[in-house]
Design a protein around this ligand. Structure first.
Ligand code: KG4
Ligand code: ZN
Length: 334
């Protein structure tokens, strides 16, 4: 079979990224330009600033990716792009760039859902085995997805409010850790003790999550301790918070694996880099004889290689878009 090269663009949040992937699994070249340092001063991503930087950088990132791969746009089979969900102004830059390339080089345009990208990131490590459950945990998402086959997505649960990464970043901010605080909280969680009592959020039989109550509990706890002039034991708080998050996420994920009789779990998204989540789910899966897979760290956070991997299967299934494609800030995964 002829090799298929997908050129992909990802710009849904604060990373401008392009990638070329062969046959949905072999990364040829990827460029990721992160804006983290720019948004750090504001304690989070500022949408207007993010889109302006995408505009400034997109052409350079496209060119750098082709140079790195030593390939030309003529050699690509299709142009894939994240069209949602995400920040509308940021998405718009990637979608317009992809439409221009598709028109100019007469290539099929493949619209890709950002979450499907996070799931297919795993295909760059090992081919997806079906049926599977994907746990997608990032700054914008906390979702459990059941897949019977390629591009058969059934969302069985998701967050009702804050995403898990968002909650990590907000808790970090309360204890003066700079944005994005998730990785620091994770590091500290390995060093402290679980001494602060926190409520297990939305501890019910559903596959949904809710993290805003947990965030409020941490805010109240810190506030009360300050009023009493008690110093906050930041590492202990990090451990208590992380244990609470890991407990509820692993409880619901393991329940889903059993109920759907699935032997494959994929943990995807930026928070898949979390030591607590990785270790706990890997060991629980081992006990149940379930294969647990996590993409390599550089593919966990936003990147275009995962969009190219997902785009390859969309292309093979004939899911081609038209040049009137518009980005969408929220869309159902299907
Ligand atoms: O997937 P991603 O790059 O962007 C979104 O699509 O949202 O995820 C970024 C999020 C941030 O909230 C960051 O704090 C969190 O992932 N994150 C972590 C860790 N590494 C990144 N959260 C907890 N533990 C980590 N080790
Ligand atoms: Zn993401």
């Amino acid at each position: 079979m002829k090799d298929v090269y997908i050129f992909a663009i990802e710009s849904s949040c604060d990373e401008t990224s392009c990638s070329i992937v062969k046959n949905g699994k072999e990364e040829i070249a990827t460029v990721v330009l992160s804006q983290i340092d720019i948004h750090k001063d504001f304690g989070g991503v500022v949408p207007e600033i993010a889109s302006r930087h995408h505009v400034k950088n997109i052409t350079m990132v496209i060119e750098e990716c082709l140079t790195k791969a030593n390939m030309t746009m003529e050699e690509m089979d299709a142009i894939a792009v994240t069209y949602g969900p995400g920040l509308i102004g940021s998405l718009l830059v990637g979608v317009e760039a992809a439409k221009t390339l598709a028109y100019l080089y007469q290539k099929p345009l493949i619209p890709v859902h950002h979450i499907s990208g996070h799931i297919y990131a795993n295909n760059l490590k090992e081919e997806l085995q079906f049926p599977l459950i994907a746990l997608v945990v990032s700054g914008g998402h906390t979702e459990l997805v059941y897949m019977k086959d390629h591009y058969s997505f059934e969302k069985i649960g998701g967050t009702l409010d804050d995403a898990v990464g968002e909650c990590y970043d907000k808790v970090a901010r309360i204890i003066d850790v700079p944005y994005p605080g998730g990785p620091t909280i994770d590091k500290w969680a390995q060093l402290g003790e679980d001494t602060y009592p926190l409520p297990l959020p939305l501890n019910d039989n559903s596959y949904n999550f809710s993290f805003s109550g947990l965030k409020s509990a941490v805010i109240n706890l810190v506030h009360n301790e300050k009023q009493r002039n008690h110093p906050i034991r930041k590492k202990d708080l990090a451990t208590s918070f992380q244990n609470t998050v890991v407990n509820i996420i692993s409880k619901k994920t393991m329940k889903a694996l059993k109920e759907y009789q699935v032997k494959n779990l994929i943990i995807a998204g930026g928070v898949a880099a979390n030591q607590g989540i990785r270790e706990t789910l890997t060991s629980l899966c081992k006990e149940e004889n379930i294969h647990c897979s996590v993409p390599d760290k550089q593919y966990c956070t936003d990147n275009a290689a995962m969009i190219a991997a997902s785009g390859y299967y969309a292309y093979r299934l004939g899911r081609v878009g038209t040049l009137d494609l518009n980005p969408k800030s929220s869309i159902i995964l299907k």
